[in-house]
Write a protein that binds this ligand. Structure first.
Ligand SMILES: Nc1ncnc2c1ncn2[C@@H]1O[C@H](COP(=O)(O)OP(=O)(O)OP(=O)(O)O)[C@@H](O)[C@H]1O
Length: 192
């Protein structure tokens, strides 16, 4: 089954405010798209609509393939050492936590409780969890926030590899991101 993520004529209202309208996209295997725009324009809201977590005010979303969502809620037990917190999810995902811990450079932190991790370390842990899910559609909300230069390059590589393997990546980010053939959706263009 080929992954597919499409949206037609989406509008989003939050409270009394219409944030955007007329947003359409069509992403097939290998597609990468960056959602850009200033604070409060509606990037997170768009991602939540695409994930099926928020009902659009208008428009439709079609998804084919499992979705992995990365946002500021990393869903790792703050009381557990990182290795065990990631192993919990890896068991459910049928993945190897060790392999992904190594990929994200987290080996030395395996025994450290999640609550003690720095912002960037938590982001790396969330990326380890993301790749372990093996989902074809990635929805990434500000994945680069908190990452150092090496982490940033690694995140770009992970997105490039995911898309090269036929995955789809939709990334909300203030920062430019280098990924092959990444298109940009400037959400400000769709403000009412
Ligand atoms: N539940 C809600 N009720 C009312 N307004 C909301 C709600 N959730 C978010 N908003 C508002 O919707 C707007 C868009 O929020 P959103 O988080 O989607 O923006 P964003 O582009 O991701 O912002 P940032 O770049 O700062 O993360 C903001 O003005 C926010 O205050």
């Amino acid at each position: 089954m080929q992954a597919h993520l499409a949206a037609t004529d989406l509008a989003c209202r939050r409270g009394e405010r219409l944030l955007f309208r007329g947003v359409s996209l069509d992403l097939g295997p290998g597609a990468a798209c960056r959602v850009a725009g200033p604070n409060g324009i509606g990037k997170t809201s768009l991602i939540r609509i695409l994930a099926g977590l928020l009902r659009p005010f208008a428009g439709t979303v079609e998804r084919r393939g499992a979705i992995a969502l990365l946002d500021e809620r990393h869903a790792l037990d703050p009381q557990l050492p990182l290795g065990r917190a990631l192993a919990f999810w890896a068991r459910l995902d049928g993945a190897s936590a060790r392999e992904h811990i190594r990929r994200l450079g987290l080996e030395k932190l395996e025994d450290v409780p999640v609550r003690y991790l720095s912002t960037g370390q938590k982001k790396r842990a969330a990326l380890a969890r993301l790749i372990a899910q093996d989902a074809p559609i990635w929805l990434l909300d500000e994945p680069l926030n908190g990452l150092d230069r090496q982490g940033l390059a690694l995140c770009e590589t992970l997105v490039a590899e995911h898309c090269a393997a036929g995955g789809i990546a939709l990334v909300a980010s203030h920062q430019e991101m280098a990924a092959p053939a990444m298109t940009t959706l400037a959400l400000a263009d769709f403000a009412p």
